[in-house]
Design a protein around this ligand. Sequence first.
Ligand code: HEM
Length: 409
Amino acid sequence: MGAGIPPLRDTRCMLLTELDLPSYDHIDPTVSGEAFHAALGDLARETWVARGSMGYAVLEREAGNAVLRDRRMAFPALELLALQGVTAGPIWDRTADGLMVQSGEAHNRLRKQLAPAFTPRATERLRPRLRELVAELWEPVAAAGHVEFVKTVAEPLPSMAIAELLGVQGDAPLLARWSIALQEVFKFRLGEVAGEVEAAYDEARSYVFAKLAERRKNPGDDLISVLAAGTELDDDDYVTLICSVISGGTDTTEAQLAHGLRLFAQHPDQWALLADKPELAEQAVEEVLRYEPITPFTARIATEDLELREVTVPRGTVLFVCAATANRDPAAFVDPDRFVITRVPSAVLTFGFGAHYCVGAYLARAELTEAFTYLAPRTPDLHLDGEPVFGPTTGIYAMQSLPLAWSVR
Ligand code: HEM
């Protein structure tokens, strides 16, 4: 990858669609953990771009960055729906309104309403509460010496954090349920779950409409109140924004937290180091984000013909930028397949890049930092207490179950 790989043979001015490229379709989405990385890594050593049935995978970090920061590239949410056979109806309409689908001025107009709530400074205000939430979840299981981590901590924490942000503390389980359903849009099995997704959209939108009205009468200092006081957008847009926060901020952080604890259980020396040196927590978070990005791919579609590494990408081409390989690009990271929390951090693609860069990146980092800082000194000898169960690597790459054990002293 990176500087080590020469451009594809004779590709100058050739169309991407006409190149003889390796395929990435053989990578089974149910193959997970290091086997998933090994398969992608082999491919990335062979080529910076591979062909698949739904588009092209861009495997190298520099090319991935170029795709994501190119304003002629849009997020292909509607095209991904069409590939799943959905071309009209409520799911189509709601997706078409969403933040990720907008580009240019329409996107800026929506995004700038959310951005102030997610700055590092705004996030710091939530941090003490995040710390308390981790403790509240952990204390009941601390003395047991073993736990199923996903259900106990990873799943509840992010929806509790989003509920704090929105000022709807008691409703965290509802937010978690909607988030799971709304994210189905990107998991390529809408045929099976379209009814559930439609119901979740309806429920979430009615709920948020009602909350906006309520906060106009009784404002607080939460995000719904801030948006309810706004005059630049109409209520439909505010509801869309709040739904993006609910759907984007819950099962993403859950998955990253669970993968993080799995990685530490598999690298006990790194967990012991963190317990000894809590000042490494932020670096530890960056290393977890680098090593196991729970969004292994983010997508773009070319809105016009453009050049990428001397290859012409025709308008309408879908590209899947692969954070899983970009984050292990040897041109950017020394010994990239080693998990080491003392690594000097360098930008990862886990939160995307460019106009759609994850709005909640600071919040996600704060949740992970607080969880790792709290748990490392309290779980000496952390290890797997059974087989972890991985979700598919498409969409959000979750952990379905993570049995952990540690020494109780
Ligand atoms: C570890 C946790 C998370 C990961 C790995 C993650 C990853 C991502 C990725 C890959 C994107 C698309 C970026 C692109 O294509 O360039 C994105 C967008 C987004 N994320 Fe996150 N995310 C996380 C947590 C959060 C949280 C906590 C929130 C909200 C509170 C959030 C809200 C959003 C929103 C609203 C967008 C759309 C931004 C836009 O279109 O402008 N995410 N995220």
